[in-house]
Design a protein around this ligand. Structure first.
Ligand SMILES: NC(=O)c1ccc[n+]([C@@H]2O[C@H](COP(=O)([O-])OP(=O)(O)OC[C@H]3O[C@@H](n4cnc5c(N)ncnc54)[C@H](O)[C@@H]3O)[C@@H](O)[C@H]2O)c1
Length: 328
């Protein structure tokens, strides 16, 4: 049966790809986005679009919705250190208002975009959901606070919710891809070098205890991530995640790639030499961040089907070139 979902932040990178997947399987989608970091043209065809703030969700949310997928947030780690109040206000304040709107409308299913940044420096890898949470930035702290708020809402008011803690999201889904301003994610930054929009890529630290000395991260294809959201909704629909439960799942490939491996893969995919600048370590950058996705596998039946870094980079490259052609 067709379901109706509100997608907050559906004009952004991950939200637009998930909205497209929902539409493709026949669900009805309303995107709520204030375009603070998103783009109206990223709202997929077939979705209804409301240009508005999550803080005002009660204006639009009613009992005709089967659930909400909540992507809308600010997510720049560096900016959150400089302006923590901006992150508490939008990420925590926005979600408080959204939870009140869900309660008032009687909508009882929520999927939330949490993050690996809730864990901070891991004591052991791969990181499981029972690892200590000690975020090293206001961004990570704001997302952890929201996870706690959702847990309380489920226990007290019978919401069913799944928090998905993404590791490094990458790749593109056709014409939907990553466009952050400023860009801080490695793959799009290296692709900017290949496009001649940036002279070189900075490699922060070459003396980490990793095979080639550079940081290792877990890159997950955005389309694999989208499938996890659909499975989370289905799990709530068939009561595998019942009312009152808050399930937290890490989402990653479970295998890490070093900064140097990413740069080398971009060289192979694009045929561009990609000059590197060696820079000092950045404070708070852990050596290795790799997810254990066992919970998502066991509880949601999720398996990433695009674990190959070359394929992730090729999709991101096709999207970057699309933008270049349009900008030309
Ligand atoms: N991209 C990643 O690697 C990554 C990793 C971990 C977690 N996340 C989380 O996933 C979510 C989506 O990330 P993204 O990379 O797609 O970011 P994005 O900036 O592309 O998308 C966020 C969207 O939310 C909208 N928005 C922000 N505040 C709003 C508000 N108050 N009301 C309405 N709309 C609002 C923005 O306009 C934007 O379209 C975020 O919550 C982020 O914290 C992303």
């Amino acid at each position: 049966m067709t379901q109706r979902y509100l997608v907050t932040g559906g004009a952004g990178y991950v939200g637009s790809v998930v909205a497209a997947h929902l539409l493709e399987r026949g669900d009805r989608v309303t995107v709520l986005d204030d375009l603070s970091t998103g783009f109206a043209e990223a709202v997929p065809d077939g979705a209804e679009f409301i240009e508005g703030r999550v803080q005002d969700a009660a204006k639009w949310l009613d009992g005709s919705y089967d659930g909400v997928l909540h992507f809308a947030a600010f997510s720049q780690v560096g900016e959150s250190v400089a302006k923590p109040e901006k992150y508490w206000d939008n990420n925590v304040g926005g979600t408080m208002a959204l939870l009140a709107a869900l309660r008032a409308a009687g909508v009882r299913k929520l999927v939330f975009s949490s993050t690996a940044a809730t864990y901070g420096e891991p004591a052991t890898v791969p990181i499981t959901e029972s690892a200590p949470t000690a975020p090293t930035s206001p961004y990570g702290a704001s997302k952890l606070a929201v996870d706690h708020m959702i847990g309380g809402e489920c226990a007290a008011h019978g919401l069913a919710a799944v928090s998905l803690r993404y590791f490094n999201v990458a790749g593109a889904y056709g014409s939907l891809g990553e466009r952050h301003e400023p860009e801080s994610h490695l793959i799009p930054l290296v692709l900017q070098v290949a496009q001649g929009r940036r002279e070189a890529i900075s490699v922060y630290g070459e003396d980490y205890p990793t095979p080639d000395g550079t940081c290792v991260r877990d890159y997950i294809h955005v389309a694999d991530l989208a499938e996890a959201h659909l499975l989370a909704l289905d799990a709530m629909g068939r009561d595998a995640v019942p009312a009152g439960e808050h399930l937290v799942c890490n989402l990653g490939n479970g295998s890490g790639f070093s900064v140097r491996e990413v740069v080398e893969t971009v060289r192979q995919v694009t045929g561009h030499p990609i000059p590197e600048i060696t820079a000092a370590r950045r404070p708070g950058d852990p050596a290795v961040l790799v997810a254990s996705a066992d919970t998502a596998r066991e509880r949601l039946g999720w398996t990433p089907s695009r674990p190959d870094l070359g394929a992730v980079v090729a999709d991101a490259w096709a999207f970057a070139r699309l933008g270049q052609e349009e900008g030309a």
